[in-house]
Design a protein around this ligand. Sequence first.
Ligand SMILES: [Zn+2]
Length: 159
Amino acid sequence: MTTTNKTTAMPATPPHRGGGWEGVFFSLEEFTYSATAQARYIENVPSAEAVRNLELLTENVLDPIREAWDGPIIVNSGYRCPELNKAVGGAQYSYHMKGMAADIRPKNGLVYKLYELIVYLFSTGQLGITECYIDRKRGYIHIAYDIEGFNTWPFIDPL
Ligand SMILES: [Zn+2]
């Protein structure tokens, strides 16, 4: 008798290789730095869990995007402690507070081109994305990666 042992398609949390930050193109500091936090004396320090989430966001989403983009990408905002999230007017249950989101923009200013690339990588199954949209007013792309929600981005082309 042959048995097939098919597992469900839900991705497991990738094994942690251990020994510090695993991001290639982005450093942890890029996700915790905030001019607003500095100006208001807010200590924007992520918990170990939030750091782990930032790492997953970097490894699984931001590093692959950066590699495909092949040019500098700036992190406008990454982790936000609740106080900072409030100070910048973030959503009440923002993924930023869990270390699962970043607002990014390409250094060359071609935000729509970068968004197109993200859509391409997502639609060809190269990335899991939970939230992604262009903030036109501020000129960046908000992108979130929740291992539980993974591929739930209800992609609607806003262009
Ligand atoms: Zn955001």
